[in-house]
Design a protein around this ligand. Structure first.
Ligand SMILES: [Zn+2]
Length: 115
């Protein structure tokens, strides 16, 4: 069953608000730098060795979260592009329609449940 225009609009706005949420979260853990690249905040806690270990740990945590969020953001952007190109809702692997319930639960899905 093809996606109706209403469903598509609904999913489009879902993707947009999800995008906004993720960008907000990214802004919390990163700070804008002069280049277009985001710079992960490296909190200065102290200079003795234990404290430095904590700094590195926090930095690594932030980096992992940042990577996850950026990946989600990429998926969402890709889904938004597919909507514009009318190729949204098709499985990337087998080309069949992705279940609408699945798209509602996971709007950036690229594959059908079988693939
Ligand atoms: Zn498939």
């Amino acid at each position: 069953m093809p996606l109706t225009k209403d469903t598509l609009l609904n999913l489009n706005s879902k993707l947009l608000s999800e995008k906004e949420r993720i960008e907000g979260e990214l802004n919390c853990i990163t700070k804008p730098s002069l280049s277009s690249n985001r710079e992960t905040i490296f909190n200065e806690i102290g200079t003795d060795e234990d404290e430095n270990a904590t700094e590195v740990e926090e930095y690594t945590d932030n980096l992992a979260i940042e990577n996850t969020l950026e990946k989600q953001l990429e998926e969402i952007n890709a889904a938004l592009i597919r909507i514009k190109q009318n190729s949204y809702g098709k499985c990337e692997i087998c080309g069949s329609d992705i279940n609408i319930e699945r798209l509602k639960a996971y709007p950036s899905a690229r594959k059908c449940t079988l693939c």
